[in-house]
Ligand binder design. Structure first.
Ligand SMILES: [Zn+2]
Length: 174
């Protein structure tokens, strides 16, 4: 086994970068939370009426839930997709997942995105994201957020104004 080339690869697999962007939409394709193992936090699978954890390689009696919120974000020039897991999601949502699930149980509607999660839309944040080899090789733009902090700065109003001025100029010269 060539240890050196493996080390090189694992180094490449973890590129982190920081970007400031506004949350513009919450996507509900795969849901906004997942059922996980209480021991290792991996997503569990349902098998023949039993709950199986691929991390522990064992069946589980008890599971817990974690946020996995997929958000469309936008900076000055581009739109992309970020996935926020438990800690980072809760930081922006401001409500523990269990509380949302308890309230939803009473209303009985798990399909819609709950209001506290929808409230993430419009927030302007500094995101630290992890760019994986998977992102690079497949061109898949679902980046995982490893750190987040909300910015007070309002999103790019000045640059929009500038754009308008440029457009005016272009129209005049045309
Ligand atoms: Zn496990």
């Amino acid at each position: 086994m060539d240890v050196k080339s493996n080390l090189h690869l694992s180094y490449l697999q973890q590129i982190r970068c920081l970007c400031e962007a506004e949350v513009v939409e919450i996507l509900n394709g795969d849901g906004w939370y997942y059922e996980c193992c209480t021991t290792c936090a991996r997503a569990v699978q349902k098998r023949e009426g039993q709950v199986f954890c691929p991390g522990c390689q064992d069946t589980k009696e008890k599971t817990s839930h974690r946020y996995r919120v997929v958000a469309r974000v936008k900076d000055d020039s581009e739109t992309t997709t970020f996935t926020l897991f438990n800690k980072e999601a809760e930081q922006l949502i401001g409500v523990p997942l269990e509380k949302i699930l308890t309230e939803l149980d009473q209303e009985g509607n798990m399909e819609d995105i709950p209001t506290p999660i929808k409230n993430m839309v419009g927030k302007f944040c500094a995101f630290q994201i992890k760019v994986t080899q998977y992102n690079i090789t497949t061109g898949c733009e679902e980046y995982t957020v490893t750190r987040v902090s909300e910015c007070s700065k309002t999103p790019a109003t000045t640059s929009t104004a500038e754009e308008e001025t440029h457009k005016d100029k272009r129209m005049k010269t045309a």
